[in-house]
Design a protein around this ligand. Structure first.
Ligand code: DGI
Ligand code: FE
Ligand code: FE
Ligand code: FE
Length: 188
């Protein structure tokens, strides 16, 4: 227990092979961004590996956890897309014994972003978006911007994700709108 291999094994039991490969690519990208930005590489590694730990859990597990950990009941109106980060962080804490709040906040905010994000949180949010297998129109621009300036990458993702959600008639979690408002418009 406590070794990297032990952590990898425990994550692997939770994820299908495709998702397990994704989290390893996010880890590698998060480590790169951590080195570029003077952020704790070990925390970036662990947050990258664990960010989607709960992605393949059944809805019942999240609903139970929302009650058990007294999370905002408004979360019940959403689904796996929002739960696997915000609620997933509680499962990571409980089941993997990771108690570092910097890492847990990076997991919590990796899907929606947040108004205030530490450099570590920005790194996990961006690494998830630009890891090498991501392929969407604009991903190469997102990679360039992010490696040039992390916060500009955050603004790029916040804007494009909100536009994507609106285009697809998806429900927007209020935090995603807060992230957009905090990171994108110029504030007079
Ligand atoms: O878990 P991943 O697929 O690696 O990536 P993710 O956790 O960043 O995002 C999962 C999905 O969640 C992605 O298609 C975008 C979507 N998403 C982000 N913000 C919101 C959202 N979905 C809804 N319904 N509402 C949001 O505010
Ligand atoms: Fe995710
Ligand atoms: Fe993401
Ligand atoms: Fe992910």
């Amino acid at each position: 227990a406590g070794t990297r291999q032990d952590l990898l094994d425990r994550i692997e039991t939770q994820l299908k092979p495709k998702r397990f490969k994704h989290v390893q690519r996010v880890e590698a990208t998060a480590i790169e961004l951590a080195r570029e930005n003077g952020v704790d590489v070990e925390k970036a590694s662990i947050a990258g590996l664990t960010h989607d730990y709960a992605k393949q859990r059944p809805d019942e597990d999240f609903i139970q956890a929302i009650h058990d950990y007294r999370l905002n009941p408004g979360l019940l109106d959403y689904g796996n897309a929002i739960w696997h980060g915000v609620v997933g962080a509680e499962l990571v804490k409980r089941e993997l014994g990771i108690t570092d709040e910097d890492i847990l906040n990076a997991i919590r905010h990796h899907t929606t972003g947040a108004v205030y994000m530490t450099p570590l949180e920005q790194i996990v949010y961006m690494a998830d978006y630009i890891e090498p297998a991501r392929d969407f129109p604009g991903v190469e621009e997102a990679r360039q911007i992010t490696h040039h300036d992390l916060a500009t990458g955050v603004a790029f993702q916040a804007k494009h994700t909100l536009a994507y959600l609106v285009d697809k008639d998806k429900p927007v979690y209020p935090k995603s709108i807060d992230t957009y408002n905090a990171w994108v418009p110029e504030h007079p």
